[in-house]
Design a protein around this ligand. Structure first.
Ligand SMILES: NC(=O)c1ccc[n+]([C@@H]2O[C@H](COP(=O)([O-])OP(=O)(O)OC[C@H]3O[C@@H](n4cnc5c(N)ncnc54)[C@H](OP(=O)(O)O)[C@@H]3O)[C@@H](O)[C@H]2O)c1
Length: 246
């Protein structure tokens, strides 16, 4: 029988922020295609809801607050040997530059920037990433351009894009590293912002494909970057934005 290079059969993958949105979809789709998933989040009930939707056996769930360095270190100790790491957990902030406070920087950078860097570092120190492993960072299209009120979030994600490239350089040829840069995706992250439904709809129309993304449309790209199908891709920053930035 021909082997499928897109399969994650036999691979163990750690996915952060799997209790919601893109992380949840990634865990569900990775499990469907054969991965053993190690999923993390803070909210036990919602993480369990993801866990219950994972096909197959051998999945693990671990509650972790990635805003705590101790939490990250403990997570790195608890996880099994990994073939894939999806640094996905993240939070959002919309604030004009003149209103930015130091606390805002600390809060957003702690979760969006320091956590993926430190988790990667501790996993490497503990030799938890197998030879041939693939790291995927969920950054944002905000890392590549600019938008009013998005400076803190965008810069936190630009650092992640840069760190991914440094990982690609330092960890080659044994470990690959790539970042994904979604445009707006329909998840909780973009709800509750101070935009009317009409504003959101007008924004959707700026996308060539006339809609925001679905979480699974990011998950499919994560699967590609985790799989052997992308074995010659490292240090890449992949924009997935329905043609918004063309
Ligand atoms: N949605 C978009 O339009 C969009 C666009 C570009 C990039 N992204 C990026 O995609 C990633 C996923 O976002 P999403 O849209 O799926 O958001 P979401 O639905 O709000 O999910 C965010 C996830 O991150 C976890 N998380 C947040 N802070 C955490 C912490 N301190 N410790 C552990 N886990 C934490 C949450 O866990 P708990 O709920 O359990 O705390 C949740 O599982 C983020 O990095 C985001 O910046 C999203």
């Amino acid at each position: 029988m021909l082997s499928n290079p897109f399969s994650l059969e036999g691979k163990t993958v750690l996915i952060t922020g799997a209790s919601s949105g893109i992380g949840r979809a990634t865990a569900i789709e990775c499990a469907k295609i054969g991965a053993h998933c190690v999923i993390t989040g803070r909210n036990q009930e919602r993480l369990q809801q993801t866990f219950d939707q994972l096909k197959g056996q051998g999945h693990v769930q671990i509650i972790t607050d990635l805003a705590s360095q101790e939490g990250i270190q403990t997570l790195a100790e608890q996880v099994p040997q990994l073939d894939g790491l999806v640094n996905n957990a993240g939070i959002n902030l919309m604030k004009p530059i003149s209103f930015i406070k130091e606390d805002d920087l600390e809060k957003i950078y702690t979760t969006n920037t320091f956590a993926p860097i430190l988790l990667t570092k501790f996993l490497l120190k503990k030799k938890k990433l197998n030879a041939g492993a693939s790291i995927v960072f969920i950054s944002s299209s905000a890392a590549m351009g600019s938008g009013i009120g998005n400076a803190v979030y965008g810069t936190s994600k630009a650092a992640v894009m840069s760190f991914s490239k440094y990982c690609a350089r330092e960890l080659a040829p044994k470990i690959r590293s790539n970042s994904i840069h979604p445009g707006m995706v329909e998840t909780e992250l973009i709800q509750g912002r101070e935009f009317s439904d009409a504003d959101m709809e007008a924004d959707r129309q700026k996308y060539l494909l006339k809609r925001y993304g679905k979480p699974e449309e990011i998950a499919y790209a994560v699967i590609y970057l985790l799989s052997d199908a992308s074995a010659w891709i490292t240090g890449h920053a992949l924009v997935i934005d329905g043609g918004r930035c063309v």
